[in-house]
Design a protein around this ligand. Structure first.
Ligand code: ADE
Length: 419
């Protein structure tokens, strides 16, 4: 019986070359493979993952297998799977259930297949495995060692589960590591989102009014890259501190109702729902381009757009033109799903090198502390963060200063003041 369901196994050769190329750009994963291969710390451990099936995720999966794990995988978004990569993974013997263009039923079928493999550890990106496992397969919760969560939205959901007292096993918030969110979320989302918009529209960003909703790590990255292309950037926010930060970083800040009237290109990066919805559609300029880079497709109200529009036409891959009753055109990219992964290839490999190094170290933490952890969300130990940064610097050939013993003592004492 086949242990996979993917688009087309004949794409395996192309997928393998993509993975090999990504591997070249992920030196920290290579170093970890060399360092921990002998320990086989995942020997006999069944891992069930739902992280976007990209060439970078394939590099991670190969690493897990090299440490002895038995790996089953699904994607975590209906449009983000790279079918070539999925084919290569199936060809390499991974249990993989993923293809691009899943409907909701198929999406959860894939998630269920991973859960049916009885994982000892779950690896999530958006928390769909953990929630499905708790809601639909409670009998499988007993004995789970733990889980990891890759993204901000997933960490919010896991913390909500912890808060509600229903979380049944420990989960490491990989997203919250400094070497994850200060790099992946900022530079990865920044570059990948612009890349997705560019591939979907082929439009000039320079000179456009570019609206970024949300000034968290991801929004900051997108705003910075759009400014780098000489767009005029507007930020919308609900958090007064983030709004102030955006203003001090030099962006115009205003409510979405005002931004909707002047924006040419919109990107939502809030993690919240109904950020661009009916009232905004009425204000939009003719030809406005809407996209989302948040985890779920709830930020731009695509259902309402669909219901309200008088016609709909795909003008290019991942770019749909809606004609509204007032005669205006609104463009929606990648169905309002994350544009960086749906219309481009997600974060570049060098950045995923850091994120997935944190994933590997978190797995190591979970197996080493097996049975001694509480049913709660764990932050990554700071030493782990420093270790990942040190390895990346080493791979980049960058040396840094060290504190002298005197300096170290100074930083931990209070006796020396004004001289
Ligand atoms: N999330 C964002 N970019 C990604 C990538 N390239 N691979 C896996 N997950 C991602």
């Amino acid at each position: 019986m086949k242990n996979y369901k993917i688009k087309d196994i004949r794409l395996a050769g192309e997928g393998r070359r993509l993975i090999e190329r990504a591997e070249e750009e992920m030196p920290v994963i290579k170093m970890l493979k060399e360092k921990y291969y002998d320990s086989q710390f995942l020997k006999g451990v069944k891992i069930g993952g739902a992280i976007h099936v990209t060439k970078e995720t394939a590099v991670l999966m190969r690493a897990l297998k090299s440490f002895g794990a038995d790996v089953a995988w699904a994607g975590c978004n209906p449009l983000s799977t790279n079918d070539k990569v999925a084919a290569a993974l199936a060809d390499e013997g991974f249990k993989i259930y993923a293809w691009r263009g899943l409907n909701t039923k198929e999406y959860y079928w894939c998630i269920n297949k991973v859960i049916e493999s009885n994982p000892d550890i779950t690896m999530d990106d958006g928390c769909d495995i953990v929630v499905t496992l708790h809601n639909k397969f409670p009998e499988k919760l007993e004995g789970i060692i733990g889980g990891t969560e890759e993204t901000t939205t997933g960490v919010h959901r896991i913390k909500a589960m912890e808060g509600a007292g229903v979380l049944a096993y420990p989960v490491v918030a990989v997203n919250n590591a400094e070497t994850k969110w200060d790099f992946d979320n900022i530079y990865g989302t920044g570059q990948g989102t612009i890349d997705g918009i560019q591939r979907a529209t082929s439009t000039l960003i320079t000179g456009k009014t570019f609206v970024v909703a949300g000034y968290g790590h991801c929004g900051k990255g997108v705003a910075r890259r759009a400014r780098g292309l000489d767009a005029e950037v507007i930020v919308t926010e609900v958090d007064p501190i983030q709004a102030l930060r955006a203003r001090m970083d030099g962006y115009r800040v205003m409510p979405m109702e005002e931004a909707a009237k002047v924006g040419d290109i919109f990107v939502t990066a809030t993690g919240c729902k109904e950020v661009i919805t009916g009232k905004h559609f009425d204000y939009l300029k003719d030809g406005a381009i809407l996209s989302n880079t948040g985890h779920f497709n709830v930020e731009v109200d695509a259902d309402l757009l669909e219901k309200t529009a008088v016609s709909k036409e795909e003008v290019r891959p991942n770019m749909v033109r809606y004609k509204m009753p007032n005669g205006k055109k609104i463009y929606l990219l990648a169905e309002g799903r994350l544009v960086n992964l749906s219309a481009a290839e997600g974060h570049p490999s060098e950045v995923m090198d850091l994120s997935f190094a944190n994933q590997i170290l978190s797995l190591k933490y979970l197996v080493e502390h097996r049975g001694n952890l509480e049913k709660k969300v764990y932050e990554m130990p700071h030493e782990q963060d420093e270790f990942v940064a040190e390895m990346k610097l080493k791979a980049m050939g960058i040396h840094i200063d060290k504190l002298t013993p005197e300096q170290d003592k100074y930083l931990h004492s209070y006796s020396e003041g004004t001289h």
